[in-house]
Design a protein around this ligand. Sequence first.
Ligand code: BGC
Length: 771
Amino acid sequence: MKQYLKIDEWSIIEESFDPHNHEISESIFSIGNGHMGGRANFEEQYSGRSLQGSYMAGVYYPDKTRVGWWKNGYPEYFAKVLNSTNWIGINIEIDGTPLDLATCTVSDFRRVLNMKEGTLSRSFVARLEDGKEVKVESIRIVSMVRREIGAIRYAVTALNFSGNVTVTPYLDGDVKNKDSNYDEKFWNEVEKGETADGGFLTLKTKKLDFHVTSAFAYDLTLNGEKLTPEAASELRDKYVSSTVQVSLNQGDQLVIYKYAANVTSRNHGLGQLVEAAQTALASAREAGFAALLSEHAEAWRDKWKESDIIIEGDVSAQQAIRFNIFQLNQTYTGEDDRLNIGPKGFTGEKYGGSTYWDTEAYCVPFYLSTADPSISRNLLIYRYKHLEKAKENARKLGFTKGALYPMVTMNGEECHNEWEITFEEIHRNGAIAHAIFNYVNYTGDKSYLGQYGLEVLVEISRFWEQRVHYVAHKDKYVMLGVTGPNEYENNVNNNWYTNRMAAWTMEYTLETLNYLKENEASRYEELVDKLGLEESETSLWADMIAKMYYPADEERGIFLQQDGFLDKEIVPVKDLAPENLPLNQKWSWDRILRSCYIKQADVLQGLYFLGDRYDLDTKKRNFDFYEPITVHESSLSPCIHAILACELGYREKAYEMYLRTSRLDLDNYNNDTEDGCHTTSMAGTWMSIVHGFGGLRVHDGRLVLQPSNPGHWTSYSFKIVFRGSRLKISVTDREVIVANETDVPAQLKVYGEELTVGGLSSVTVQQTVSA
Ligand code: BGC
């Protein structure tokens, strides 16, 4: 854990420059707009430790798999989000000496991520080796309005000297991925060119032929007056720059406005890329930096109107939740159903920027409640479109029918390559099925089932059907050799969560079939025909549902994470000396696997997903058993614990888990933020407030709230969209106010009481949980 950032309601603030924190800050201060984004690398050159990262959504590279020992069934490649052209670069030299924060003395350093308006700014005074001092103030945006545009205002003031400043804005495509398997670079140059005050560069990936064109232009002012000095271009392999020299008197301020357009072949024809980039660039430049900034800030204000959470009386918690919401909103904006949400968003390379079960289990609930339903629908359709590939994947592993969705994917193909996860962490299929339920249950859009949902459900059920087998001596169906969500145990038998989600999927599939038979008879016939669905299959599923084996310990009244769990020595985490943690950095893998320690919610994940099937006592017994042995070394863990702790009335635990999930990156809890932020788990943070403290559930199409106050806050409020209405729920120690911000009346239950909240009106209910 590392706390060096200032606490502020709307901003993340770093004061004073410590190179040891730089890579962490590069992750935390990342900015993006759904189409592109990047780490908070410096504009000017920096020779210290840094992870350069500029990413274009959906542009990836199939890097040839590298494993110690090849196993049949491994995929050929691991898809990697690509570090692409560095478009932010502006090198500065003062009388021939480069401005480089690693070699000069830095004072008054301040880096600010303004989350309200979506800007990254920085200011500092640098004293060069020869004693010359400059003040630098920069501000950067990745426009939320013009998705292909980024812009920078970079001001240099000569503090104690008169001399020449050389400015070199550039595009550099000669970049690499730190995680490249064979230390290869992934880009080839296609074309480049210089323009009067800028240039362009088109690169293409060495495989798959993704093309990215970047174009830049710049304007200069000296003490507010426009300046047009002579520029010299430099064109070399995958690099274009333009250099100008300006002579400054002491006290003069030179401002560089750099505009950049980044367009890809995902959205434009190959022959149109340069023109598309130049057109977007010209219009941005013509609008000017101030106008770009103001329209961008306005777009962020609109986003906050839909998704802000306000916490009164706890600035640290307030900052944290906004940071999580900010990162989510800048990572995925939902218009493009070919895109998904990588666990690190645009903040780093780890996890390849690909799609994991994180999307269905964590992100879908966030987008369901904070955005138009079409956005979560797009996330579901993404998987629908990958159904054929998921079927191929199952065949590849030897299943004769059904679909196994990949653990990690870009285009539907599996690209994860550790057998215990790729082949065994099959519970992901359950989360994908559950997201369909979640979407339909939340939105009421049952048409999704006939259009897309059923096909996915049937193919997943077919997979489960083959993955379990009947054992006569138990008269049960068992599932051997799996890895549950807790990746700190592999190849276990009868992971309760996986067995439960398998049976649940089959149940929901049968329910969906019945629904369609009764309500959309002709579509039902069509689908049964298309899927070749046999009565023998559905009756087998019914048998499997009835006879699924669930390991349990009757004495303790708990479900067992797997058959052999109680053979482990159970020692709570609190009894471990702190130097053992995090286990994944301190212990051998062998020791971890044999230990009782749980990486992330496993049985508890199931009790959260299927919460309405289990009573509070069952949840309590399981929580009390599993929580003390959970190390939360997956970012996806604390939020589920926070939600269940709220439900169980464990206020302190809920708050502890809330801080842990929400400040995971800000306080570097797991000592890994330098790799990038834990973007998908940020949706879990949102869930811990709305599903946790707010107690939001949807039962039989009815919105249900059970708000409690964690005790550390004067009040909090959150917004949700639900079936055409947008509600603001405010909770204090005394009351809950449900304000309807739309003219669509809303019906809900608060503390079990039925309420109708008319359009543009509000209803107040006494707070009964934490009073
Ligand atoms: C977790 C997985 C998760 C992945 C990506 C892993 O550490 O154990 O559940 O899908 O990270 O976030």
